[in-house]
Write a protein that binds this ligand. Sequence first.
Ligand code: DP6
Length: 353
Amino acid sequence: MNPFNAKNIQQNLEVSGSVKAKCPSNIALIKYWGKKDIQIPMNPSLSFTLNESYTETTLAYSPKTTDDYSVKVYLDGELKESFAPKIIQFFERIAENIGFLKNFHFELHTHNTFPHSSGIASSASGLGALSLCLVDLEEKLGAEFLEGEKTQKASYLARLGSGSACRSIYPGITVWGETDRVVGSSDLFAIPYPYQIHENFRDYQDTILLIDEGQKEVSSTVGHNLMNNHPYAERRFSSAEENLGTLIPILESGDLHEFGKLVELEALTLHAMMMTSSPYFILMKPNTLKAIEEIWKFRKETNLPLYFTLDAGANIHMLYPSTIKTEVQNLIENSLKSLCHAGKYIQDFVKIS
Ligand code: DP6
């Protein structure tokens, strides 16, 4: 039996109320790209959970008797009719894990700290926050959880909504996808990174250059599917795993240049997979490449450990230790800001204690 199946709920479901949760976005260093079955990743991934870019969700529930799902979604107080089908699809997928979804009418009030059109995926933080609300509600209605089980179930549910969302449930560095290289890792949920992290990574900065604010031309879901029958897929899946293996001692030693080189390789490999899919596609924009050139030039001139990664889009995540914040800020003001859409960028960081 699946340990994440719906729990016994003793309580009367003729109740109304609300639960609230907050969940950040994350940026993968070792990328998840390619999946099978129901949201099972083809390779392990590792990410930094962010701090400033998060979703806050209040889930209000009231009893109903009809045999269907009933949800209304509000973003910043505004009813978003178009969001409900996605949530209902998620509810259908987690029906065996959460037993009371048809017993209530739900109103989801959600707020992102980052602009909706910024290109930062709100699916990871949004589905993470909703999953946290649902396990909270399950507990509130009388389900019992062992230590750590509730968070793990939230990660399991989030994965079924959007793969990368399962990593956002935990702060700091997280790993998703079963691999011999990481003890306790699973395809079904993410875990907090279990090994030593050098203090060089404390308060590691992530400045997100908003190169393009438009809707992505190819969704992640479509991109993942294009990894089926991709000529380089198998090699990619094993190189992600190898890269994770290489990263573990780097995180321990704190070698920021080795770290950055590996992270850039992962980012460019992800985009190389897109460019060699059939059909092929490119999500980077001319300014993405210009920004990369500026970062490489800066590094050549200063030898400071400023590196980048990319998600499935045109934006650049600049990763660097907080000790070089001033130098990076100058670079942003002098050369990078003008490459961003309306000069916009987001300052974030990963908190590792
Ligand atoms: C490039 O998690 O958005 O950001 O599971 O289909 O919802 P779905 O995909 P999603 O894919 C994220 C892809 C990525 C890499 C990563 O976050 O690991």
